[in-house]
Design a protein around this ligand. Structure first.
Ligand code: ASP
Ligand code: MG
Length: 456
């Protein structure tokens, strides 16, 4: 029987109305469902902060567990009228929180959090929300059943904090585990290593959990429920009248999310693209019927006359500039640099080279560390290393961008008419995106200029 995979994020899990909306949405489907849930709004951050405190402060343990219990109780009081059922769900929550408490006591006792304990503790936001939602759905007579990633056999490569799903090992497990079940609720954000340890899939990783499960069971679609209107042509904070984008290709949406669009976790697309499983995005506050997603993502997308569909940006990227005469020509430099970074777990976002400079785009939190690493390599060809952290990467995305003659020139003109200096341009690395690097203070004006020129 075909399944749809649904994902509800933290923004769908705040208050009573949100829960009632979820119940309403589920009622619209007549197929079997796997429902992946994030932690309730803000809970993962609460766990992250408390965990830090717990290392040196025993009282932070009960502070955290009391807070979690109070939050859950508040939701249950609001949503479940039947006192007996409410108590039953609350008891189950208490049992799970007790387990969390024991892990926290261990952290406090050792004064340290080993990676596998960190991942286990941070997964409790999702573990609690899946348990709660299952209980609440049952109360509303929805025949749902919770299955944890361990029981699903959702196996990862074992990298703590940022694991990748191992599809070879996982595919059949998931199919078998859900076989014959009508509605399955799964906590997102983590899988298990082959030794059975909890491994997180990276912050915001429940989208990726949902995508991975959708791939394993060859789902009819992955449906993401948001509190915004799908992908837009530009950030409403910067452009006057952003338009909704009805159709995007996998590649376009991957570029947009990789460079800043918050609506989709960048890793969501990767499992679905090969299998051709569509991603459909709905606004849970306005959804009427399932046949009209706000944005749908699949292989084909429209090619607009003006090519560019959306302009996005990331402030979370810095440039590491390696300067030296003829550096672009000297073999081996980039491979030494990239393998050193790989060893240190630093992810290179992009590389743009010229004859005199190699520009390496790096996530801001790794910029300083990567500059130190390159210094330590003592490369003769590199005379100067500069880490720039005051830039913004603007991405203009649209299918056909490579085929459009004069596109970069048109953008250049539009932007320079506003008196903005573009530091670096990169066109051609991706068939659907062009990148422009500007100073942070020029970010808003650049986005507006490109958006006005292409989207209006
Ligand atoms: N709760 C996790 C986070 O905040 C995962 C998610 O929301 O997707 O990162
Ligand atoms: Mg989220």
């Amino acid at each position: 029987m075909p399944y749809h995979v649904l994902k509800f994020g933290g923004s769908n899990l705040k208050k009573k109305d949100d829960i009632l909306r979820i119940v309403n949405v589920i009622g619209k489907y007549d197929s079997s469902l796997v429902i992946v849930v994030s932690a309730f709004y803000g809970v993962t951050d609460i766990l992250v902060n408390a965990l830090e405190k717990v290392k040196s402060d025993e009282s932070a343990i009960t502070e955290l567990t009391d807070l979690l219990l109070a939050l859950k109780k508040e939701t249950l009081d609001e949503v479940v009228d039947d006192a007996l059922i409410r108590d039953e769900i609350y008891e189950a929550v208490k049992t799970r929180v007790k387990k969390l408490k024991r892990y926290l006591q261990g952290v406090n006792f050792f004064g340290d959090t080993p990676a596998f304990v960190n991942d286990t503790i941070l997964s409790y936001g999702e573990r609690l929300s899946a348990l709660m939602l299952t209980g609440i759905l049952n109360y509303f007579k929805v025949d749902a059943e919770e299955i944890l990633p361990k029981e699903l056999g959702l196996l990862t490569d074992g990298e703590f904090g940022n694991a990748t799903v191992d599809f070879d090992l996982t595919g059949n497990n998931v199919k078998k585990a859900i076989k014959g079940k009508k509605i399955v609720i799964v906590p997102g954000f983590y899988g298990v290593s082959s030794e059975g340890k909890t491994t997180l899939l990276g912050r915001g990783g429940s989208d990726y959990s949902a995508a991975a499960i959708a791939k394993c069971i060859n789902a009819s679609s992955l449906d993401l429920f948001k509190d915004v209107d799908g992908f837009l042509s530009g950030d409403p904070r910067y452009v006057d009248s952003p338009q909704r984008i009805e159709k995007l290709s996998y590649m376009e949406s991957a570029e947009l999310s990789y460079f800043g669009a918050k609506i989709l976790h960048p890793r969501t697309v990767e499992p679905l693209r090969e299998a051709g499983i569509p991603i459909r995005i709905f606004n849970i506050a306005t959804i009427e019927d399932l046949s009209h997603p706000l944005t749908s993502i699949q292989h084909a997308s429209d090619v607009h006359d003006d090519v560019i569909k959306s302009v996005t940006f990331s402030d979370d990227i810095g440039i590491l500039k390696l300067k030296g005469a003829g550096i672009g020509n000297k073999p081996g430099i980039l491979s030494k640099v990239s393998s050193a970074m790989d060893h240190a777990g630093i992810n290179i976002k992009s590389v743009i080279t010229s004859q005199t400079t190699i520009n390496i785009l790096i996530e801001m939190s790794h910029l300083k560390k990567s500059a130190d690493l390159v210094k330590d390599l003592e490369l003769h060809a590199v005379s100067e290393i500069i880490a720039e952290d005051d830039i913004s990467v603007i991405a203009a995305v649209g299918n056909g961008i490579m085929k459009k003659v004069g596109l970069a020139g048109r953008i250049f003109t539009a932007v320079s008419l506003k008196g903005i200096n573009i530091e670096i341009i990169s066109v051609g690395a991706s068939p659907v995106a062009a990148y422009f690097i500007v100073k942070k203070y020029d970010r808003a004006a650049t986005i507006r200029a490109i958006h006005d020129e292409y989207v209006k």
